[in-house]
Write a protein that binds this ligand. Structure first.
Ligand code: PLP
Length: 404
């Protein structure tokens, strides 16, 4: 019988053989059930990160998503854009209808969908708006996170993501997040688009002032600038509505989705286009071998069905508000603020508390799988199926860690 490996050995292998671009906390995911995961030694943890919002239905994959995925995977492999398959059309129709948008450009990862939104915006700028060729500008925000390709880190505000990777892609203008005057001031005749996260997830779960998105959209419309929302992390129920922009009725010209789009099993992202942007890209201006894997699309279709049928956004709204309310009741001199929307929740610690990493490590010891984001913030993003009793279980441990 092959020798059984333990957590330490799995972690040692990663250290030795994997290029270390992450700083993982010491849990080896071995198996899961709903909001729970177990390591190889049988220790149980509550999933409070959900692979940065990807595992909305918990672990392992939801049985219906798994069935849809496997049924399709048994039928045919990847067909490429050279031919049609039985999933792409229905997936695009269902997603477009779900988003109330016109067309879908499927991709694999979040950052690829962001890249496509940038391509669409630039071409739209040249052929529709009439910007002089190669002069298009896209406005983005300080403290953004849109992924890690060279173009996307070109406008990252985090020096650690870009220090050694220049030269960078030009054509981006960075303004403060949440500042409408800065947006209006940054717009000029070459501005093609404003690209923004409705809530900055990686940036520390920063919720902009009320009315910001709606007003930003109006400013964009007034100046003939595309309004692009990156809802890779905040979309599909996470923030207690189908999309975070719905809190302000700020529907974008391009909506970028990823993570939970594949239902926690498929690997699929999308740039979802309004009528205004749907016809901009044409053959052969884009493509990707893996961008429409039939089994991933089958998983995504089932996940969308479950999201609506099981009222997961509504659950995220109710349980998320309960979670935030109970966190705010904790009287701790270490906490600066509790904030978030739906089940995207953060505790920001005061600087004198000594950094969020040590609290994440203590929470892991107590059986909560969560992680710090930025120096002083812990983000909680449990599966959308989580119940109040399970939140109570977590609250008990969070209180204990904050009290010691
Ligand atoms: N956009 C946002 C808002 C994200 O949070 C992320 C990932 O965390 C991305 C884009 C990049 O997605 P991916 O890691 O799938 O490329």
């Amino acid at each position: 019988m092959p020798r059984k490996m333990g957590s330490k050995e799995y972690m040692d292998y990663v250290e030795k053989y994997v290029v270390q671009t992450y700083h993982p906390l010491p849990i080896v995911y071995s198996r899961g059930e709903g909001v729970w995961i177990w390591d190889p030694e049988g220790k149980r943890y509550m999933e409070m990160l959900s692979c940065y919002s990807t595992m909305g239905l918990g672990h392992p994959a939801h049985p219906e998503v798994l069935r849809a995925f496997v049924t399709q995977a048994k039928k045919v492999g990847i067909s490429s854009g050279a031919f049609y398959n039985e999933q792409l059309g229905p997936f695009a129709k269902e997603l477009a209808e779900f988003c109330q948008m016109a067309k879908v450009l499927p991709m694999n990862s979040g950052v690829e969908a962001v890249e496509r939104a940038i391509k669409i915006a630039r071409k739209w700028g040249y052929v529709v708006k009439g910007i002089e060729r190669d002069k298009a500008e896209i406005i983005v925000c300080e403290n953004n996170f849109h992924g890690r390709t060279i173009t996307v880190i070109s406008f990252s505000a985090n020096p650690k993501y870009k220090e050694y990777f220049g030269p960078f892609t030009p054509g981006f203008v960075i303004i403060p997040f949440g500042n409408l005057q800065a947006l209006e001031k940054a717009i000029n005749k070459n501005t093609a688009a404003f690209l923004v996260e409705p809530i900055q997830g990686e940036g520390g779960v920063i919720v902009p002032p009320d009315g910001y998105l709606k007003k930003a959209r109006e400013i964009c419309q007034k100046h003939n600038v595309l309004f692009i929302l990156d809802e890779v992390q905040t979309g599909l129920g996470r923030c207690g509505k189908r999309f975070a922009y719905e809190y302000e009725d700020a529907k974008p010209d391009i909506l970028i989705l990823g993570k939970f789009l594949g239902g926690g099993l498929g690997k699929v992202s999308a740039a979802v286009c309004s009528e205004k942007t749907a016809g901009v890209l044409a053959y052969p201006e884009d493509g990707s071998t893996f961008s429409a894997q039939p089994e991933s699309l089958a998983a995504a279709r089932m996940a969308l069905k479950i999201l609506v049928r099981d009222k997961l956004a509504e659950n995220a709204f109710e349980v998320g508000n309960y979670f935030m309310k109970r966190l705010r009741e904790i009287r701790s001199p270490l906490i600066k603020e509790v904030r978030g929307r739906g089940l995207l929740v953060a505790i920001e610690f005061k600087p004198e508390a000594g950094g969020a990493r040590k609290f994440a490590e203590r929470l892991v010891q107590e059986g909560i799988a969560c992680k710090e984001t930025h120096q002083y913030v812990i983000r909680f993003a449990p599966p959308l199926i989580i119940k109040k009793e399970e939140i109570d279980w977590a609250l008990k441990r969070i209180k204990k860690v904050l009290a010691t």
